[in-house]
Design a protein around this ligand. Structure first.
Ligand SMILES: Nc1nc(=O)n([C@H]2C[C@H](O)[C@@H](COP(=O)(O)O)O2)cc1CO
Ligand SMILES: [Zn+2]
Length: 167
C-alpha cells in the first residue's frame, strides 16, 4: 500500500522540471522538422519561454516551411529561434545571471543574444548540428564570454499523462 506519511522521493529535479517545460513549449512549434523550446530561469523561477516560430503577426500558412531551395523559399530567413523568443518574451528586462534551458544547442545568432542579455548558463539536450561552423562560432563566443553550456541527459522517463483518477 502507498505510504502517505512520508515525503515523496521520486519527484523530478529542477533541471528536469525546467527542461521538461522547454520541451513542452516546443510542442507549440509548427516547424515540421525541428521543434525547439526554451525556458529562462532565475532563482528557480521561470522568467521567459519560447519556441521556434514566425514573428508575431506573420501567418504560419503564408510562409514556407521548406529546408531546401532558394533562400526566400525556405523557412530560414523567417523563423525566430526558441532562445531569442524566450529572451524577447521574458517578463523581466534584466536577465543578468540567469540560466536558459533549450532543447537544441544555440546557434551563433542566439549565442550573441544570450551573451548580450546577461544569461550565464546554458543547459541543452541535443547538439545535433555540432559539426557546422555556425555552432563552432557559437562556442567560440560563449567560451570567450564565460557563458557555460552543459548537456543534460535525455530524460526518457518523463511522460506527461493525466491519470483519469485525477479529474
Ligand atoms: N537552437 C536552435 N533553436 C531553434 O529554434 N532552431 C530552429 C530554427 C528552425 O525552425 C529549426 C531548425 O530547423 P532544421 O534545420 O533542423 O530543419 O529549429 C534551431 C536551433 C539550432 O540552431
Ligand atoms: Zn538560434
Amino acid at each position: 500500500m502507498e505510504n502517505l506519511t512520508k515525503k515523496r522521493e521520486n519527484y523530478i529535479s529542477w533541471d528536469e522540471y525546467f527542461m521538461g517545460i522547454a520541451i513542452l513549449s516546443s510542442k507549440r512549434s509548427k516547424d515540421p522538422n525541428t521543434q525547439v523550446g526554451a525556458c529562462i530561469v532565475k532563482d528557480n523561477k521561470i522568467i521567459g519561454m519560447g519556441y521556434n516560430g514566425l514573428p508575431r503577426g506573420c501567418s504560419d500558412d503564408s510562409f514556407p516551411w521548406d529546408k531546401e531551395g532558394d533562400f526566400l523559399n525556405t523557412k530560414y530567413p523567417f523563423i525566430v529561434h526558441a532562445e531569442l523568443n524566450a529572451i524577447l518574451n521574458s517578463i523581466k528586462s534584466d536577465l543578468k545571471g540567469s540560466k536558459i534551458y533549450v532543447g537544441l544547442f544555440p546557434c551563433n545568432e542566439c549565442a550573441k543574444a544570450i551573451i548580450q542579455s546577461g544569461i550565464k548558463e546554458i543547459f541543452y539536450l541535443s547538439d545535433k548540428y555540432r559539426d557546422s561552423d555556425i555552432f563552432k562560432a557559437s562556442k567560440l563566443m560563449l567560451d570567450n564570454a564565460n557563458v557555460t553550456y552543459t548537456q543534460l541527459p535525455p530524460m526518457k522517463d518523463i511522460v506527461l499523462q493525466i491519470d483519469p483518477d485525477y479529474i
